[in-house]
Write a protein that binds this ligand. Structure first.
Ligand SMILES: *[C@@H]1O[C@H](CO)[C@@H](O)[C@H](O)[C@H]1NC(C)=O
Ligand SMILES: *[C@@H]1O[C@H](CO)[C@@H](O)[C@H](O)[C@H]1NC(C)=O
Ligand SMILES: *[C@@H]1O[C@H](CO)[C@@H](O)[C@H](O)[C@H]1NC(C)=O
Ligand SMILES: *[C@@H]1O[C@H](CO)[C@@H](O)[C@H](O)[C@H]1NC(C)=O
Ligand SMILES: *[C@@H]1O[C@H](CO)[C@@H](O)[C@H](O)[C@H]1NC(C)=O
Ligand SMILES: *[C@@H]1O[C@H](CO)[C@@H](O)[C@H](O)[C@H]1NC(C)=O
Ligand SMILES: *[C@@H]1O[C@H](CO)[C@@H](O)[C@H](O)[C@H]1NC(C)=O
Ligand SMILES: *[C@@H]1O[C@H](CO)[C@@H](O)[C@H](O)[C@H]1NC(C)=O
Length: 328
């Protein structure tokens, strides 16, 4: 046996065990929780530090952060309770976590708090204070408000709408497409959550009547569409060894003049190895490009709109038009 190993093990037993045990009960408290909001994305970003007054760690420690989000004006209802796991080490004490709320941030004050625990331990730190993002309090009460506005939603998803009346006034009716919904009681601020029916067109009207608006509907348009599907039957060929023509079936595309403006479907054909873009098109389902001095091609077709993107790949040999293989 190497003469260094034995003494090292002897030394390590008390030290290492002590360290492990220590780490087992250690609490690394999250401190200085900050909350940032992006209203147009309905997104919250939490940022916090971890107290580093402990001598117990120099290596990496697996941590769980338990995060809760609640809505202050909605009976402090907790809308989210999640565990975020990460690795803690000396060089990384700033942590971030983001979240997109179903509720527009102006409709109800979002508050968040956090606690932590070493993964292998049973002991949670105390909760931090609740930290609030800017909500309806920040809006002027001399005018009416309604959210969301001019936004695109995925069909089938839940949408939370809200209308906020002037001071001492109330929301009397919600209008979603042609449907009326009545809020309970006389509320200055009313929320409504629903999934638009699948029969709704791609542009729907959302608005409210207020107790002081008479017959005047205050409204905006919202848009419904789907994520792109993976393009089907992508194939490429050349007839003259000069131009290569690729065609595909775009699958389902919701085509209305509104969506073409607010959330157009685009197709991008590129080369897998070089990333070179051959075509970028909004409407066509074909693309032609000049053949280079290569014979083997591996192309990547991306279909994308404002809700997402999908890819399809196709490998072909121009000498053997028709293609070698498709892989997804
Ligand atoms: C919110 O996010 C959008 C899209 O990423 C960005 O353009 C905008 O600047 C952000 N707004 C704020 C206030 O950060
Ligand atoms: C978070 O993790 C703890 C400990 O592993 C577990 O008891 C709890 O159920 C988890 N909470 C959520 C919301 O997943
Ligand atoms: C600390 O953690 C970060 C992120 O997990 C990692 O990139 C970095 O290499 C780690 N540093 C050390 C000294 O382990
Ligand atoms: C939580 O706070 C209480 C009172 O402030 C304190 O006595 C306790 O030690 C704290 N617990 C942890 C795990 O920090
Ligand atoms: C709202 O009502 C209160 C009490 O009924 C009244 O004092 C106040 O002037 C009203 N405010 C407005 C803007 O009408
Ligand atoms: C793809 O091509 C096959 C064979 O030509 C055809 O049966 C199928 O319907 C096509 N799929 C689509 C989505 O066009
Ligand atoms: C295809 O292109 C998209 C961007 O348009 C990229 O995100 C994706 O990783 C590419 N896929 C391959 C296999 O190159
Ligand atoms: C394709 O044909 C050309 C000319 O006939 C030849 O030079 C080339 O090696 C062939 N390429 C492949 C990949 O078979």
């Amino acid at each position: 046996m190497d003469r260094w190993i034995f003494p090292t093990i002897l030394l390590c037993i008390p030290l290492c065990l002590g360290l492990l045990q220590n780490q087992g009960n250690q609490v690394f408290e999250p401190t200085n929780l900050r909350i940032y909001s992006n209203d147009s994305l309905q997104q919250l970003l939490l940022e916090w530090d971890v107290s580093d007054d402990s001598e117990a760690y120099n290596s990496q420690i697996d941590m769980i952060f338990n995060i809760q989000v609640r809505l202050r004006e909605e009976n402090e209802k907790i809308i989210l309770n999640v565990n975020y796991t990460t690795v803690l080490n000396k060089s990384r004490q700033l942590h971030q976590w983001g979240f997109i709320s179903e509720v527009p941030l102006q409709c109800a004050t979002h508050e968040a708090r956090i606690r932590s625990k070493v993964m292998s331990s049973e002991i949670w730190s105390n909760w931090s204070y609740w930290v609030a993002a800017e909500g309806p309090d920040a809006l002027s009460d001399a005018t009416i408000h309604f959210f969301p506005k001019h936004k695109v939603f995925e069909r089938g998803s839940k949408i939370t709408f809200c209308c906020i009346a002037r001071k001492n006034q109330s929301v009397s009716v919600f209008i979603i497409h042609n449907n009326l919904k009545f809020p309970e009681g006389d509320r200055q601020r009313a929320l409504l959550t629903l999934t638009p029916e699948s029969s709704f067109p791609s542009r729907i009207r959302f608005g409210c009547f207020f107790s002081d608006s008479g017959n005047l509907l205050i409204a905006t348009y919202l848009y419904l569409t789907r994520q792109p599907v993976k393009p089907q039957n992508l194939s490429c060929e050349t007839e003259d060894m000069i131009n290569i023509k690729c065609t595909w079936d775009p699958g389902y595309v919701e085509k209305t003049e509104y969506l073409e403006k607010v959330c157009p479907m685009e197709f991008i054909l590129s080369d897998v190895s070089s990333g070179k873009i051959y075509c970028s098109t909004k409407f066509k389902n074909t693309c032609s490009f000049k053949m280079g001095n290569q014979f083997l091609y591996n192309v990547n077709l991306t279909s994308r709109n404002c809700l997402g993107q999908k890819h399809e790949q196709f490998r072909f040999d121009v000498n053997n038009s028709g293609g070698l293989s498709t892989n997804s």
